[in-house]
Design a protein around this ligand. Sequence first.
Ligand code: NA7
Length: 540
Amino acid sequence: KATDERSEFDAIVVGAGFSGLYMLYRLRELGLSIRVFDNADDVGGTWFWNRYPGARCDSESYNYCFSFSKELLQEWSWSERYATQPEILSYLKHVADRFDLRKDIQFNTRVTSAVFHEESGKWVVGTDRGDSMSAKFFINAVGCLSTANVPKFEGLESFAGNWYHTSKWPHEPVDFQGQKVGVIGTGASGLQCIPEIAKDAARLIVFQRTPHYASPAQNRPITPEEDRQIKANYDKLVEKMRNAHAGFPYETKAKHALGVTPEERNQIYEELWKIGGYHFLYSFSDLLYNKEANDTASEFIRSKIRQIVRDPEVAELLCPKEYPYGTKRPLLDWDYYETFNRENVSLVDIKKSPIVKITPEGIQTTQDLYELDSIVFATGFDAITGTLVRMDIRGRGGITLKQKWENGPSTYLGMTVHQFPNMFVITGPGSPSVLANLPITIEQGVDWITACIKFIYEHKIDRIEPTLEAENAWVEEVNKEANATLYSLASSWYSGTNIPGKPKVFMPYVGGLGKYRAICDNVAEAGYKGYDLVSKSHQV
Ligand code: NA7
């Protein structure tokens, strides 16, 4: 429980995952009073909620962590190349304890509204527990993937068995032994839970709408020697991550896929396939920009799927053909393809025979009724904007964020919004967010926001708000970067197309974390160019 009894703060932060925890840590350094709210009963955000079997991070553990504290980097050891959900959650709990963060966090509380009062210049924040608290700054640290998408299938409430969404998994392990289980969805969460559920269930039926590309994770334990080496080189590693395109310390590959012979290309793909993880995605610099180059990687993955999966018909169904590799979230393979060689696993093509409804017995497609004891929805999220527009956030003139973003989100630098003074968003639309290693990307956002707030106090500014021109120019820049890539060739949650009625707008900034960091730093160095800075007491 948060210990501070007051109802007025300098800053209110929503969310106690990676971004909320670090925001709190940094703002405390400025000596501000802060209240953090989180709907969960502990810290962790994404890693609090996503407890499905097999849940783990597909960024490598020693990259997917905070870099702000050298002591923290040295004292924490990751056990595997990719950390499991329980391990990341215990890491975040350790961070909360180590920096004594919990005393400013109010758990089990959902923020329902945030209204900017023009006269006082304060945000008044309301919660589902009846709190009403005010603050000069309102900061969203709600995560990019925090509002579950449970498709509205007719008849779900009539289903006689149990159903689950991967991101709202019960805290007690679910026992699928002896059951007939259906999994809908084959994105990152589906690919992780399907191999695990297949080991327990008597029968597993996977309902696939779109096949995804996955390259091997190649998980393994981290040896003490490797741990020592990483820790001895952490400074360099961190420096690299902060300035890299995707926030990973991998070498940038200069070669073009089409600039080498087919033999050399194949050899490089084979090598990176063995190394595993996202090294494959970064094999050549033109994969996301040139369709012909991309075809070579896409075809390589399809050839691997055909080698792994014994039934040629199933293999063909698992081969993505409608969109280029990397344009929907590229995935890692945790024995996913191999799982389709099991006797108890089958694949249903719901693009060809869509789900019509859910009955008390199971899932009815246009072709068959599949009788099931449990259904798992691995159907993803209303990503990036979903959680933000569900809060009743009202800026100047009473405009809601939902109204403002009716035709798609618009921000300045992905962090601030015209008409919403003194409001910040961490990993918002228009920031690199989900396209880069998130903890490192979050640190960039939090550090920039902290410096901005420090500047505001030092210059006795009451309000900061981006101009409409600056916001429009940034939206244009985000679109320009996206249009230079192949991303538009896929329909994906990056563009909101997984949610019926959501405007189709490519939301993340594709230009890369390093370039984005430089742009944001330039804005700050130029005295917050593109912002209106308002002070009641003096001319700014
Ligand atoms: P994703 O990547 O959005 O995957 C959701 C999956 O569910 C995907 O295969 C979808 O098919 C499928 N889906 C979504 N809605 C439906 C409906 N209505 N009917 C049938 N199938 C559906 O979510 P994840 O949780 O796997 O991963 C999210 C991110 O978390 C991940 O990328 C990492 O960043 C961590 P579709 O492809 O839309 O045809």
